[in-house]
Design a protein around this ligand. Sequence first.
Ligand SMILES: Cc1cc2nc3c(=O)[nH]c(=O)nc-3n(C[C@H](O)[C@H](O)[C@H](O)COP(=O)(O)OP(=O)(O)OC[C@H]3O[C@@H](n4cnc5c(N)ncnc54)[C@H](O)[C@@H]3O)c2cc1C
Length: 409
Amino acid sequence: MLGGGHAHVHVLREMGRERFAAAEVTLVTPFARQIYSGMVPGIVAGHYQADDAAIPLAPLAAAAGVAMHETAAVALDAARRQVRLADGRTLGYDVLSLDVGSDMDRGRLPGAREHAIFVRPIETFLAAVENVLDAAAERPLDIVIVGGGAAGVELALAFQFRLGLLGPIGARGHEAGRVALVVGGERVLPGYPEAVRRHAEQALDRNRVTLFRDTCTEVRADAVVLASGARVACDAPVIATGSEAPRWLAGSGLALDGQGYVVTGPTLQSGSHPEVFAAGDVTTRIDAPHPRSGVYAVRAGPPLLANLRAWCSAPGLAAAAATEGAATALTSGAPLKRYTPQARSLNILSCGQRRAIAARGNWVAAGRWVWWWKNVIDRRFVAGYVLPAAPAGAPAAPRAPVTPSAGTR
Ligand SMILES: Cc1cc2nc3c(=O)[nH]c(=O)nc-3n(C[C@H](O)[C@H](O)[C@H](O)COP(=O)(O)OP(=O)(O)OC[C@H]3O[C@@H](n4cnc5c(N)ncnc54)[C@H](O)[C@@H]3O)c2cc1C
């Protein structure tokens, strides 16, 4: 299992309840916890601590009898069934499950790699946010968010709200700072219903976030430069311009789409290697295209679990070996589940203070109650995957009942 993403935390939890018997399962993921991204703006705004949004991965892995390597995959050779890790090791696998999310290209925007904060990986982003807020408590800061999508809008409002909490600072009681949003076009939230865009622009206006309906062409140490030639003073540039496919997949041999994402089908198997499963942002469902969001990654958890379990059952592996390259329906009698993502998902955008905008299809609502609704949804999701810490000196987790299987990594 590569990545401790939103689908894999479900697989781990359920493995803890019923293991894959003879399987030797290894989780490779660079951070000790998975941060639930939906709560990140709330952490920036100060409504949550990072721990409130964190799912520790080691207890989940331990309860599931899964070995965990806190490192990242840096290369994959699908033909030889090998993964190379950042710590220099190479792991072989019989079955691979990918939930590594998406990445951000740090080289695309000149100067960004040197001067900017990227919203991904989320762990690194949160550490940088702490530094920004510490500095903001000392002197007025100009924060510029680049990217007018959901993450950009939510973070602009979250930073503005948080700066407001800092109150007047310094001897002269200066305002704590200003937040600007470089939209990257005429309007925020491309692809969202008109009512959502209107609510969001009203919230940005109400909270005095300055909008630049322009694109960012360069990031400098003290400013961001726009296509119009304008220079916007900036102490903390935050890049929220959407994500890309992880580059290390490029040489893997897996079927990838034009943007480099792993092509999967209804059983969440790779389009080219049936022993490879994938879920979440790293995939493109050729048969059922949908936006890349946490909601879809979460929903992919149960079918991924079912299909990994079926595939890793001894008969399943025997069948896969027997029908190398075409094993979608297993002779074990346990056909792989076909999963169709929902056509429409509920989207809730937080607006800095405890207000939010919700949308599902053409239904749109906004207000305090929406924020509290989101709060319940998000906290319930995280709580569902946080295992109680074993009391000090407690014996190791009892082995969960096993399901016959063999050779899974
Ligand atoms: C600020 C922000 C707010 C967001 N808010 C929302 C929201 O409210 N609702 C919503 O639906 N979506 C939201 N999103 C989008 C959402 O974060 C993603 O769609 C979602 O995280 C995808 O889930 P995933 O499981 O595919 O990947 P991720 O959640 O990114 O998890 C990937 C996992 O893989 C690990 N990993 C990464 N690289 C490697 C590697 N090379 N090897 C091994 N492991 C690796 C990571 O550490 C992580 O544990 C938000 C995104 C951002 C940035």
